[in-house]
Design a protein around this ligand. Sequence first.
Ligand code: ZN
Length: 132
Amino acid sequence: MTIRPPVFDFDDAFFWEGAAQRRLLIQHCAACDTVRHPPTPVCPECGSLEQGAIESQGRGTILTWIVSRHPTEPDAEPRIVILVQLDEGTRLVSNLVDAEPAPTLNDARVEVCFVDHDGTVLPLFRLAGSGR
Ligand SMILES: [Zn+2]
């Protein structure tokens, strides 16, 4: 699998630290209870700087997906990039693993899985019920 390692910054450090512990952490506004992703320093709903995180159960539904092919390395394995509607109420872009492109991916239920890629743990998704 060809996955580019994430670039950490201050706002999303907690997300990657959570992933390293096999936990999917989603930013949560302590002032208005909004959950959101990707992390931002200021809540877009209420303007609060009081940010925390909740642990997602890692379950959701595929809203849309594409097959991503590397532009300059045509032999690299294509990836299925998905937009997931998490059950907690926010959306997340990730990759779907252990699956083939098919119309049945539309609205499919997925669950998070954590994959170690060159020392960085990535939260990816697989079809629900296909667990290893
Ligand atoms: Zn807020």
